[in-house]
Design a protein around this ligand. Structure first.
Ligand SMILES: Nc1ncnc2c1ncn2[C@@H]1O[C@H](COP(=O)(O)OP(=O)(O)OP(=O)(O)O)[C@@H](O)[C@H]1O
Ligand SMILES: [Mg+2]
Length: 321
């Protein structure tokens, strides 16, 4: 759906973006990951023509974006700015209504859509007449998201949308983000410097360094088939935790013992990640956990030790593949 070819952008002597090419499929969530200054925001802003490239091409749905008026292009692209970018002198309602007003929606239609979004994003209507600085960081980010989603654009660009949040709020918003039906249909390009965030939210990750893409692939590709030392070094510190997050219980299913004994406690879906199973053990004092495979309808009751043993067997198998 989006095709970027050999993009270059220099500011003075700084090569902010140095020959980037990538493609994003419809409905995909592509994350641009990299340290500060590697060119993520510049890349994103070239996609909605807030920055014009020195050279290279960008096509959306087969159409070169430079062959159409920038205003028209931007109507089909929602944009969540780094540090939320709400206008401080506009109320929450006015901030969200910017695009509807440009599109000359009537008041009732705008109001209906705003109400609908507030409900989906768990925001009270009481905030509508307040100003952004009266809201918490998390609330402001939700308003920024509502503003980007209001006209239901097929493409969404998000620049560090959860950047200013503490870890607890951030994981909560991540879960909501993954569950939000409005976002499932959209093609999303999201920027972050947070490795955990990238691994939790991405279908594919483009890892960037100094204006170039070092590797592009699924979280598992980056983790288990790093293209070079830069990629493995980048993920080294968090490697084990990332493995727990992306390897699902169903992946290690065959290595788990078939206990036959069911504990009748609450069950965890085999589609869940190992991380979730570990959290369940951590937050409840139970000895064993029942996991359930929706496909085969099988249940396995497993202990913490059995879980770790199966994970370790899975990894040994993987290494010999
Ligand atoms: N308008 C500008 N004028 C001059 N230099 C710029 C401009 N915008 C960006 N740069 C430079 O281009 C490089 C890439 O900047 P960019 O904002 O794309 O990085 P980033 O990956 O988004 O970083 P961060 O994670 O800190 O937001 C940096 O070296 C930056 O200083
Ligand atoms: Mg940036």
């Amino acid at each position: 759906m989006i095709k970027v070819e050999r993009l270059i952008k220099t500011f003075g002597t700084t090569k902010a973006v140095d020959g980037i090419s990538f493609e994003v499929n419809e409905g995909e969530n592509m994350v641009l990951l990299g340290t500060s200054g590697c060119g993520k925001t510049t890349t994103l802003k070239m996609l909605n023509r807030l920055i014009e490239p020195d050279s290279g091409t960008i096509a959306i749905n087969g159409k070169n974006i430079h062959d159409q008026p920038a205003e028209l292009l931007r109507r089909g692209i929602g944009y969540v700015l780094q540090n939320n970018g709400l206008f401080p002198h506009y109320t929450v309602a006015e901030n969200i209504a910017i695009v509807p007003n440009l599109l000359k929606w009537d008041k009732a239609k705008t109001q209906k859509r705003i109400d609908e979004l507030l409900e989906k994003l768990h925001l009270s209507k009481d905030y509508l007449n307040t100003y952004p600085n009266e809201l918490s960081g998390g609330q402001q980010q939700r308003i920024g998201l509502a503003r980007a989603l209001v006209a239901d654009p097929p493409v969404l660009l998000m620049d560090e949308p959860f950047g200013a949040l503490d870890n607890v709020t951030r994981s909560k918003i991540h879960a909501e983000f993954l569950a939000l039906d409005e976002l499932k249909r959209k093609t999303i390009i999201m920027v972050t410097h947070d490795v955990q965030e990238a691994f939790e939210l991405a279908d594919r990750i483009a890892l960037m360094d100094k204006g170039k893409i070092v590797q592009i692939g699924t979280p598992a590709d980056l983790l288990f088939k790093p293209a070079n030392d830069f990629v493995s070094d980048f993920l080294k510190e968090q490697h084990l935790q990332l493995e727990f997050k992306i390897i699902k219980l169903i992946d290690i299913w065959e290595h788990l013992p078939d206990t036959g004994k069911k504990t009748n406690t609450s069950q965890l879906s085999a589609k869940a990640g190992i991380w979730e199973a570990l959290e369940t053990f951590k937050f409840s004092s139970r000895e064993s956990l029942d996991i359930f495979d929706e496909k085969s309808k099988e249940v396995k009751g497993i202990t913490f030790d059995q879980l770790m043993a199966a994970f370790s067997k899975y990894k040994t198998h993987k290494a010999h593949e």
